[in-house]
Ligand binder design. Sequence first.
Ligand SMILES: *[C@@H]1O[C@H](CO)[C@@H](O)[C@H](O)[C@H]1NC(C)=O
Length: 368
Amino acid sequence: MNQINSLLLLLTVFFFISASSSESTSNGEEDILIRQVVSNNYHDDLIQNAERHFKIFLKKFGKKYADEDEHSYRFSVFKSNLERAKRHQSLDSSAVHGVTQFSDLTPTEFRKSVLGLRSLKLPTDAQQAPILPTNDLPTDFDWRDHGAVTDVKNQGTCGSCWSFSTTGALEGANFLATGKLVSLSEQQLVDCDHECDPAEAGSCDSGCKGGLMNSAFEYTLKAGGLQREEDYPYTGNDRGQCKFDKSKIAASVANFSVVSIDEDQIAANLVKSGPLAVAINAVYMQTYIGGVSCPYICSKNLDHGVLLVGYGSGSYSPIRLKEKPYWIIKNSWGPTWGEKGYYKICRGPSICGVETMVSTVAAVHVNH
Ligand SMILES: *[C@@H]1O[C@H](CO)[C@@H](O)[C@H](O)[C@H]1NC(C)=O
């Protein structure tokens, strides 16, 4: 873990050195990183050379627009996102914000096309997870080190985040129950799951138009389980019919429950039961490149479903993180986003709502 972190830090430092070569390297790499981010040289360079950075962006992410009008409109959106990245940086100094694959989307387009959490409320009748002892928790923990996490997937331009959060949690639970890591089908949920939240009329899982992890666990429980990813592959749209084949179920839900908002309880449930389905406000994620996101201001409006896979004590780089502990989050925007597809966010209930809607699932102990 620490090795990976140091490596990432080194890579980030290298990136900053190449982005602005005028800084001296005599004060150590960490100092440079801190001064670079604090001084905002990086963002001023982006803004002043927006046209060049737009060209790099287009090439890097293979973007093509229909015509010249669209091209110039996207360039104007890109420029305002450079200003937003700079603003995010000043509110969130322990992370790095800049150009991402979503830099040509307006905040509204971003919310519509790559998020997809439908309801902000937890079902009122949801089963509560039992309170667990918290005295012997490890200081650092990451389910990736224990083989319980599949590779980072990509939801594309479809508001299906909820289905990825759901499969991620069940993949982990199924690994704990059977010892096998099997990638599970989001498309089955997108096509077949129309489960509604009993507490809120009209709030139903609706493919690319959004859904809720707890409803998806309920669907999976009723349907009997989920197929493998390879047997029911992801298409990134919700125009197809349900093709669920009961004879090909690869993992089944035994039960699911809501975890207390207490952060030690969240950590204890994570360690005991596997990765957790969590909701978050994703506004900083549009510009996130790496580091620990710990914004001064962040809405608690939940609009994105993700997977909590671990936590860190933050002690590897005390100056930069001020020893702030953080959660490790698996996202569903492909491995090119964030830290190889992952997001780090500091712990605390007021940080983008990350601790307010957490669910755990248990899988049936059967090898399908
Ligand atoms: C959930 O299912 C698991 C696995 O079958 C079982 O060990 C656990 O006791 C169940 N939890 C609840 C709260 O029913």
